[in-house]
Design a protein around this ligand. Structure first.
Ligand code: ZN
Length: 258
C-alpha cells in the first residue's frame, strides 16, 4: 500500500485556555488525532501536525505539497485563519488533496468556501447521548465498525437543518437524546479532491479517545487520499482536432479570448 502523508491541523486554543479541554487533551487535540492515525494505520502513514500560531499556520506551500490528506479542527478562531492560507488549501483540494473537516470546523473558512453555503447548524451543549447510525455500511469509511450504530455517552448536539449542499454520500446519521437528528458523516467531491465532514469531536468530551471515532477518522484519511489518473484536462483550446474535420464554417477569431 502507498504511504499516506497526513497533516493534522488544529487551532489549539481551548486546550491552552480552558480547564476541561486541557485535562482531556493536554498536548492538544492535534496530538491525539495524530496518535489515533498512527495507532490505526501503523507504518502506512506519516503524520505531521500544524497549528494556527505557527508561521503561515504551519501550512506553507511545501507542507501542503507533501500532504495527501489534511484534517481540520477549529472553533474559536476561524476568522484568524489568513485568506492566503485558505486560498492555498482550497487550491490543493481542487488538485486532489483530501480534507477531513472535524466537528466545529463546519464553520471554518475553508469548508464554507468549498461548500458555497453557510454550513450553519443547530447546537446544544447538554452532555447528552449521541447514537451514530451507520447508514452506508459498505462504505470504506465504515470499515471495521461493528453493529448498526454506536453510542457516545456525552456529546454536544449538532442538529438539522445543516446548511450544506446535497452531500455525495451520507455515511453516518446521528440521533440525540434530546430528539434531534444530524447528517454527521458526509462526503463531497470538489475538483479532484475528496472531502469528509464528521460531526463528533466537541472539546469538553474525550471523543477523540474513542476507538470507533478513531477508526472512522483513520478510514476517512485512507479514503480521501489522492487517487485515479493524474490527468485533469485543464481547459484549453485544442487545435488541430485529434481527428481531421472537414471545414464547416469560417472562424471569427475576434470572438475568441486570446
Ligand atoms: Zn463543539
Amino acid at each position: 500500500m502507498k504511504r499516506l502523508h497526513v497533516t493534522v491541523w488544529n487551532e489549539f486554543i481551548h486546550e491552552r485556555t480552558a480547564a476541561r479541554p486541557m485535562e482531556i487533551y493536554p498536548r492538544g487535540i492535534h496530538a491525539v488525532l495524530a496518535e489515533a492515525l498512527r495507532e490505526q494505520l501503523g507504518g502506512a502513514v506519516d503524520v505531521r501536525t500544524a497549528t494556527l500560531d505557527q508561521p503561515e499556520h504551519g501550512l506553507s506551500p511545501d507542507v501542503l505539497s507533501q500532504t495527501d490528506v489534511l484534517t481540520w479542527w477549529g472553533h474559536a478562531a476561524h476568522d484568524r485563519v489568513s485568506e492566503a492560507v485558505v486560498d492555498r488549501v482550497h487550491q490543493r483540494v481542487l488538485e486532489g488533496m483530501g480534507l477531513l473537516v472535524l466537528h466545529s470546523a463546519h464553520a471554518s473558512k475553508i469548508f464554507r468556501r468549498l461548500m458555497g453555503t453557510s454550513c450553519m447548524l443547530r447546537w446544544r451543549e447538554a452532555a447528552e447521548k449521541e447514537r451514530i447510525w451507520t447508514i452506508d455500511p459498505s462504505h470504506p469509511i465504515a470499515d471495521g465498525l461493528e453493529g448498526e450504530f454506536f453510542e457516545l455517552p456525552h456529546t454536544e448536539m449538532y442538529g438539522e437543518f445543516f446548511d450544506i449542499p446535497q452531500p455525495a454520500e451520507i455515511i453516518f446519521l446521528s440521533w440525540y437524546e434530546g430528539g434531534e437528528v444530524f447528517r454527521s458523516g458526509c462526503t463531497f467531491r470538489r475538483g479532484k479532491g475528496k472531502i469528509f465532514y464528521f460531526g463528533p469531536g466537541h472539546e469538553t468530551f474525550p471523543i477523540y479517545h474513542d476507538s470507533r471515532v478513531r477508526r472512522i477518522i483513520a478510514n476517512a484519511a485512507r479514503w480521501a487520499a489522492p487517487s485515479g489518473s493524474p490527468y485533469f484536462g485543464e481547459g484549453r483550446r485544442i487545435e488541430p482536432p485529434l481527428s481531421p474535420i472537414a471545414a464547416k464554417h469560417e472562424v471569427d477569431e475576434s470572438l475568441h479570448r486570446k
